[in-house]
Design a protein around this ligand. Structure first.
Ligand SMILES: Cc1cc2nc3c(=O)[nH]c(=O)nc-3n(C[C@H](O)[C@H](O)[C@H](O)COP(=O)(O)OP(=O)(O)OC[C@H]3O[C@@H](n4cnc5c(N)ncnc54)[C@H](O)[C@@H]3O)c2cc1C
Length: 480
């Protein structure tokens, strides 16, 4: 229990006790249940269309995430009933020295969406798809990509880039980047946004786009929640093909797989390009995963797509486009109840260093430590347009993602793997790499300054401009 909490908070005891006032002196909330005992000095909570709750279950959920590694308890959870609620809570928090974190689906792995001693805003109650037009969808930040993709595909449309798992919120992936196999054509999800509505750390509700307040727009996308809460987004849509032809190409070693990926990327021959390193007896299997989207009777030209890729073996399968995009959802949902600790590491490696770096990583990586999935795939740097999405200075960058799950849960292994992640991070930095900030790497504010490098002054200036009281997203640990 957070020792700074006032006794009154817990007097409520019952589920979803509504909060009516805040006691800045005792840093505790006054609930309806004990409002009769309201002490002088308690400050009334502004009228809310939704609810501010302090029950045990809500606080515990907000103090956890997909990684189950970090647990920082907030003092309350806001389930907003409107954008106005977000504005009011951010303003209120700023006035009373509270921190605020928007939480989407809580699929971070290292406390990024938590706010110890602060207020977590649960975006799941702001989840309306407002419009689907030919070129865009206008959605609340709490909408899950799964719901958006299902709705757009029904209209023959699709977001150009999707993450491998669709159970993430729009606001959550637009705060980090949102990378996937179609990033080889379209950059990240943040590179495919037309307009945002945000609530800044100062509590201002603003629209922004590439032409309206462009500095705010470009800061918020991939800005790790530091400058503003995204409440609504207009995301780009393109025509959807009906079918995905999936080519799994297997290679005997890492170098031949990455060579084939480079060849495929050079002429952008697949609609989707990823790759996996799969634990196998005595080592690893190397699989290039290429997908060509099409609508029969048009069919992909297999020979042209495979020319020069020289795999040792090939599997080809067709499936409906939506089923392809949603292929791992059920698997992830089945895993969740196991609550396995997930010390993930996701790094971007410059092309020239990729083979040597990944070979070193694999030399020490046991199947147990890999946990589940290891991804490796290239993306062209020129398609990544946002200033705070920090990637290596290289024409092509590779994402290496080790999506570990410690099974059975074991604290000693978790601590050891966090140490390994830190070592791998230091090693990738030494070869000009960066980290993709969705994993579990112990980092200091000095590491973050190094992460942003010559863009750090710009990052700090944006913080001072939009969130001068440092209200937002403390769980990222970027500032002192
Ligand atoms: C199974 C799985 C598969 C994944 N696959 C991919 C993948 O293929 N590609 C990829 O790029 N990523 C992937 N991720 C990582 C994922 O994109 C990020 O962790 C993302 O931030 C999670 O979205 P969320 O809604 O759960 O956000 P949360 O974890 O709830 O929040 C993440 C951060 O964003 C902030 N935030 C959340 N909502 C908002 C908002 N509306 N406005 C401002 N800030 C906000 C939070 O405060 C926090 O700092 C995967 C994660 C999991 C668990």
């Amino acid at each position: 229990m957070d020792s700074r909490l006032g006794r009154r908070t817990f007097l409520a005891g019952s589920a979803a006790a509504a909060v009516v006032a805040f006691d800045p002196a005792g840093l505790g909330w006054v609930t309806e249940a004990d409002a009769s005992a309201t002490q002088p000095g308690a400050v009334g909570v502004p009228h809310l269309d939704g609810e501010l709750v302090v029950d045990e279950e809500s606080l515990a959920e907000a103090a956890d995430d997909y990684g189950h590694l970090v647990h920082r308890r907030p003092v309350a959870v806001l389930r907003p009933g409107s954008v106005r609620d977000v504005v009011r809570m951010v303003q209120y928090a700023g006035e009373h020295g509270l921190k605020v974190a928007m939480r989407g689906q809580g699929h971070s792995t290292f406390g990024q969406a938590q706010a110890g001693g602060g207020v977590v805003i649960d975006s799941r109650t702001l989840a309306t798809i407002h419009r689907i037009d030919q070129d865009r969808a206008v959605v609340d930040a709490g909408v899950q990509w799964l719901d958006l993709v299902r709705a757009t595909v029904a209209e023959g449309l699709t977001p150009p880039v999707n993450t491998d798992y669709l159970g993430l919120s729009v606001g959550g992936t637009l705060s980090v980047g949102g990378i996937g196999g179609a990033s080889s054509h379209h950059g990240m999800q943040v590179d495919n946004v037309l307009e945002l509505e945000v609530v800044t750390g100062s509590g201002r509700h603003l629209r922004c786009s590439p032409t309206v307040r462009p500095a705010l727009f470009r800061s918020v996308l991939g800005g790790l929640g530091q400058f503003a809460i995204i409440v609504r987004a207009a995301v780009r849509l393109v025509p959807a093909e009906s079918t995905a032809r999936v080519y799994n190409l297997y290679y005997p070693d890492l170098a031949s797989m990455t060579a084939a990926q480079r060849t495929a990327l050079a002429d952008r021959r697949f609609s989707y390009l990823e790759g996996q390193l799969i634990p196998a007896e005595g080592g690893w299997r190397y699989m290039l995963e290429g997908v060509e989207y099409h609508t029969p009777p048009e069919v992909p030209d297999d020979a042209a797509l495979l020319a020069g890729l020289d795999p040792a073996s090939t599997e080809i399968v067709d499936m409906p486009y939506f089923d392809w995009l949603n292929r791992i959802y059920a698997l992830v949902e089945d895993l969740k109840p196991l609550r396995l600790p997930g010390p993930w590491i996701n790094v971007f490696v410059p092309d020239a260093a990729t083979d040597a770096y990944v070979a070193d990583v694999l030399a020490d990586l046991t199947p147990a430590d890999a946990g589940g999935v290891v991804l490796l795939y290239p993306v062209p740097r020129e398609l990544l347009t946002l200033p705070f999405v920090t990637v290596p200075d290289s024409e092509v960058i590779f994402l290496l993602a080790i999506l570990r799950a410690v099974d059975p849960p074991n604290e000693a292994d978790v601590q050891r793997l966090l140490g390994v992640n830190r070592d791998l991070y230091d090693q990738v930095r030494a070869v000009g790499g960066t980290h993709y900030p969705v994993g579990a790497i112990p980092l200091t504010p000095a590491d973050w300054r190094a992460h942003y490098g010559d863009r750090y002054p710009r990052f700090a200036l944006a913080k001072a401009t939009y969130d001068p009281r440092h209200v937002l997203a403390p769980g990222q640990g970027i500032f002192e």
